[in-house]
Design a protein. Structure first.
Length: 172
């Protein structure tokens, strides 16, 4: 089903699912917040990447963030939550699970290492600014480590099961 949701000067949400009106409204809001345009062959986010690529970097080129300071909720309404997350080079997310479906838009960065708490082999993920991904839920405890030389930044829309759910419960 072609949702054809318009927002942020473009269209997002083509052929994602047979979603409800709430899903379409959330995609429209997400598009307007992050300013992307989805086309069948590519996602254009050049303006957004340029606008955010140097954000938060000190003059000496370093960036210091603690695990909670690098997360910003952009919007939360009902069972939909839109969040921005940033990781400086060498920084890791807390150990967590991903119990909900989500759509991720990469704003900057190029290399993440996904480590698993159970000792399984880590996954080295090459990423590209402008990349958009749909992710299925997983109960496997893991964390992402920015192993690149540049800041990793993403905007994620979570599809929660209830308004007060934690999108990525931490596993100490």
């Amino acid at each position: 089903m072609d949702l054809g949701v318009r927002g942020g000067g473009g269209v997002i949400g083509k052929n994602l699912c047979q979603g409800s009106g709430d899903f379409a409204r959330m995609l429209s809001f997400s598009a307007s917040v992050i300013g992307i345009e989805h086309q069948p062959s590519r996602v254009r986010v050049a303006k957004l990447v340029a606008r955010h690529a140097s954000r938060g970097i000190r003059k000496d080129g370093e960036e210091c963030m603690n695990p909670r300071a690098n997360v910003e909720v952009l919007h939360h309404r009902g069972k939909f939550l839109v969040r921005r997350q940033r990781l400086a080079p060498g920084e890791a997310t807390p150990w967590h699970r991903d119990p909900f479906h989500r759509v991720t838009v990469v704003l900057s960065g190029d290399l993440l290492n996904i480590e698993f708490r159970d000792g399984g082999a880590a996954l080295l993920c090459k990423i590209t600014a402008g990349e958009v991904a749909w992710s299925e839920p997983s109960d496997r405890v893991h964390r992402a480590v920015n192993v690149a030389q540049e800041v990793f930044e993403e905007v994620v829309t979570f599809f929660l099961d209830r308004p007060d759910a934690l999108p990525q419960p931490e596993e100490g």
